[in-house]
Design a protein around this ligand. Structure first.
Ligand code: GDP
Length: 446
């Protein structure tokens, strides 16, 4: 907590308005908050007995038209720590209790105003690290994920109901040939889910950033590049080969994308144990990196270190930077392009040349230039991703049962599992433990 212009102290629950009335006085002293209309704002003072504490504005939002669907009172007071605490203490003394982290949003969820995916979007909005992350979270808050999940669930429950009905009443409901129809619908649902899952990588990248590793042999200019990108002398640049031994991790913003950079000791064919660790690290991080930036020293011929890196980046998303173009180059862009089979950009880390193309190139590679939020849903939440994967597995089992001409009640079991896995995304059929874990990640007062 620190001093600010304005603080908001808020209360939710059936006693919220009556508790506020015990402390609030209008300028003329004749107004009761309980008598006021919902969604109105009232000027006045907070009193502790006969002592005036602060001049405030009080907002009244009566349930169910409020964030929590309960009566909500917000007191806008002056933003000093002492005065805010004092008002909070007074409310508690008069019957309120401090909220748990995320309790307002939890109540909104428990009272059915939002589903779990929307509640998670709230925390993502608060934690958004970039404009892109914010946009996708807002779309999730508006219910884009909820709506999609609901539709697929509706299809599934329809089929479950049909099977149950047919099995109960075989004389009137014909189930022959149903398997084929169902197969088509299951496949369609699975396609929808695959499409959602295919957005999860970009979704994660949007939310957390692109895990990027810079590789290149010693002295190629990796640290210099990192420093330019960071805009500060944070990595130690040296003239001696192979001294960048520590692994550095930094997040940098290129426009509205985030690169989570892991600098490495460079890839080097070596017997030296300590250097070897660096090489191992580079290999390991290159393996699970989203993007590899390979820095080539244009003033030296490619050697066995470069060959090793080139083989490492073959099947990855990589950008090759031909560095030191301010000096005479012994490698041409065309030759290098042939060699690496990846896009090559000319740069000078020292003179800071050619770097704006890097940002454009990354956007092209990851987001096809520009991200569209209008109709596209991105799965940014890993919990949602694993639930979708479980759903897809259950649907695969339904398909197998149909193809093996198993009895119909086998289909319903796996359809039901699919239905429940999807339900966990929006918060239906989830246990209290999971709910508590999710809301404990929230900050106080949200
Ligand atoms: P690293 O070992 O790959 O991290 O390489 P460094 O970033 O430490 O750079 C090694 C040397 O190359 C340093 O002396 C840098 O100043 C120099 N260097 C890096 N980039 C450039 C460049 O674009 N032009 C020139 N002339 N020198 C550079």
């Amino acid at each position: 907590m620190s001093n600010a212009g304005i603080s908001i102290v808020r209360m939710s629950g059936m006693d919220a308005i009556s508790i506020a009335d015990r402390l609030y006085r209008s300028p003329k002293g004749n107004k009761r908050l309980a008598d006021q209309l919902s969604h109105t704002i009232h000027y006045g003072y907070i009193y502790d007995g006969e002592e005036m504490i602060d001049e405030v504005m009080v907002l009244i939002m009566k349930g169910p038209s409020s964030y929590t669907r309960e009566d909500v009172i917000e007191i806008d007071c002056h933003g000093g720590i002492v005065v805010t605490k004092k008002i909070l203490e007074l409310l508690i003394k008069n019957g309120a209790r401090p909220a748990e982290p995320g309790e307002f949003t939890k109540r909104a969820f428990l009272n059915g105003r939002i589903d779990l995916s929307q509640a998670e979007a709230v925390i993502d909005i608060i934690n958004a690290k970039s404009d892109m992350a914010l946009k996708s979270s807002v779309s999730q808050l508006k219910g884009s994920v909820l709506e999609k999940v609901r539709n697929i669930r509706k299809n599934i429950i329809h089929d479950i109901a049909f099977i149950e009905a047919a099995l109960d009443d075989p004389e009137h409901i014909e189930i022959d040939g149903f398997g084929e129809e169902l197969l088509e619908r299951v496949e369609n649902n699975q396609k929808e889910i695959s499409r959602l899952l295919s957005t999860a990588d970009n979704g994660r990248i949007m939310k957390e950033g692109i895990k990027t590793v810079i590789v290149g042999k010693p002295n190629a200019g990796k640290s210099s590049l990192l420093n330019v990108l960071l805009g500060e002398e944070r990595a130690i640049v040296t003239e001696i080969e192979g001294t960048t031994r520590d692994t550095l991790e930094e997040s940098i913003y290129l426009g509205d994308i985030i690169l989570n950079l892991v600098d490495t000791a460079g890839i080097r064919v070596t017997e030296d144990y300590v250097e070897g660790l660096g090489v191992e690290k580079a290999r390991a991080s290159a393996k699970d990196a989203d993007l590899i930036i390979y820095v080539v020293d244009g003033t030296r011929q490619l050697d066995e270190n470069d060959r090793e890196i080139i083989s490492l980046i073959k099947a990855k998303k990589a950008i090759v930077l031909l560095n030191k173009i301010d000096l005479e180059s012994v490698i041409s862009k065309e030759d290098l392009e042939k060699e690496v089979n990846q896009p090559v950009l000319l740069i000078s880390a020292k003179e800071e040349l050619g770097l704006s193309r890097l940002e454009e190139k990354i956007k092209e590679m990851f987001f096809q230039g520009e991200l569209k939020f209008n109709d596209e849903i991105y799965i940014t939440n890993m919990r949602h991703k694993s639930a979708l994967m479980e759903t897809s597995e259950s649907l695969s089992k339904v398909k197998e049962s149909i193809e093996a001409s198993m009895p119909e009640d086998f289909y319903s079991i796996d359809l039901m599992n699919a239905y429940e896995s999807l339900g966990t995304i929006i918060g239906e059929s989830v246990g209290e433990d999971l709910i508590n874990t999710i809301f404990s990640e929230f900050c106080m007062g949200k």
